[in-house]
Design a protein around this ligand. Structure first.
Ligand code: SF4
Ligand code: F3S
Length: 106
């Protein structure tokens, strides 16, 4: 499966959702996740993300290993999103910032 990592938090550009052939993105208040049970590893979403927040599960950045389970857990709670929407107004200010996990809203 592919996994959405920390870079998405508070950026949430949503470019990724339109290309997914199996609609496996789920949306929370300031983060998106991939449902690992639906993802078919097509790789299409990875290059679409302006924040470079999407990774194959085997290639998560060091320290972000927990995001696989987090995607799985939150995908069960959050609704599916299939259409791109405007990012938060301050999305660019948070681009590439570290330590955003504590800012994740559920
Ligand atoms: Fe969807 Fe393909 Fe990305 Fe998986 S890899 S989340 S199937 S676009
Ligand atoms: Fe997040 Fe990137 Fe999609 S910032 S919403 S994973 S385009």
């Amino acid at each position: 499966t592919f996994v959405v990592g920390e870079n998405c938090i508070k950026c949430k550009y949503t470019d990724c959702v339109e290309v997914c052939p199996v609609d496996c993105f789920h949306e929370g208040p300031n983060f998106l996740v991939i449902d690992p049970e639906e993802c078919i590893d097509c790789t299409l979403c990875e290059p679409e993300c302006p924040a470079e927040a999407i990774f194959p599960e085997d290639d998560l950045p060091e320290g972000q290993e927990a995001f696989l389970e987090l995607n799985e857990e939150l995908a069960r709670q959050w609704p599916v999103i299939t259409q791109q929407k405007d990012p938060p107004p301050d999305a660019d200010d948070w681009l590439g910032k570290e330590g955003k996990l504590k800012l994740l809203e559920r």
